[in-house]
Design a protein around this ligand. Structure first.
Ligand SMILES: [Zn+2]
Length: 274
């Protein structure tokens, strides 16, 4: 066993036993690390540990390769990101990028991912609230691409053709679009050229000039992540975020949302059809 100190961001914590908590960090030097923090619950009641979700700082642990939970020695927070904790929509957005990285779960050094994750959390804490869904799409797609999963939205995954001004269908299993000729029987969302270009921009963290259907884009991102990053299991944070966005837009029940879900694909962006 060795004592390891690494830059780290706390992505999730939950209580364990009367006095302890289990913490999940993304660390610059070891990727995702689970940590048992003994005796922190009583201290946390007095607000003294600095172990706030999305805080980043310097983590020191007793580290043994291969075990599920390392032992906390110290966490010295440098940034607490309380702005995320005090606004439930921002918190929901931050939870998406956190869960994305945790589900990917690689336990090896990831300095680029660490820096991108930090930048994403800072951005989500500071972006004007109406722009939050769009910023989340940039940050989350950017992380997905950095983790090695880049959607093919320029050429048909089967024949290689560029659909040009035509609609294409997204094939989640194949991780990309099918042109009209190769889309027989496909059931994924339809994507016009504007939506395809927006997705390409998101993976490079470029903001679109105007985004008409952020929820449809978020749903496509959620489904893509389910297929390619999280092993078939939808991220809970997307569901949470969806309920938040629904709450801000209109009061509707689950049934109404299901109807909206089938009608609202990112296809019909202005200019999406000739
Ligand atoms: Zn094709």
């Amino acid at each position: 066993m060795s004592v390891v100190t690494t830059p780290a961001v706390l992505l999730r914590s939950f209580n364990y036993s009367e006095t302890s908590r289990i913490l999940r960090f993304y660390t610059r030097d070891h990727g995702v690390v689970g940590v048992m923090a003994k005796g922190t619950r009583s201290r946390s009641a007095r607000g003294g540990t600095g172990l706030e979700t999305f805080a980043s700082g310097s983590l020191t642990i007793h580290f043994r390769a291969g075990r599920d939970l390392q032992t906390l020695r110290d966490f010295a927070p440098a940034r607490d990101r309380r702005g995320l904790a005090t606004d439930v929509l921002r918190f929901a957005g931050a939870s998406v990028v956190a869960e994305l990285v945790l589900e990917h779960g690689v336990q090896e050094a990831g300095p680029e991912i660490f820096d991108r994750l930090e930048a994403a959390l800072d951005a989500l804490a500071e972006v004007p609230r109406p722009a939050l869904p769009c910023r989340l799409l940039q940050e989350a797609w950017g992380l997905v691409a950095l983790l090695g999963y880049r959607p093919e939205v320029e050429r048909c995954v089967q024949c290689g053709a560029d659909p040009g001004a035509d609609l294409a269908r997204f094939d989640f299993g194949a991780g990309g679009i099918r042109c009209g000729h190769c889309a027989a029987g496909a059931t994924g969302p339809r994507l016009g050229p504007v939506a395809r270009q927006q997705i390409r921009g998101f993976t490079a963290r470029i903001a679109p000039g105007h985004l008409e259907r952020p929820r449809a884009h978020l749903r496509l991102l959620s489904d893509f992540v389910t297929y390619h990053v999280s092993g078939g299991k939808p991220l809970q944070s997307f569901r949470f975020l969806g309920s938040m966005l629904r709450g801000t837009a209109e009061a509707s029940d689950e049934q109404g949302e299901d109807a909206a879900a089938t009608a609202e694909e990112p296809t019909d962006e202005p200019g999406g059809r000739p």
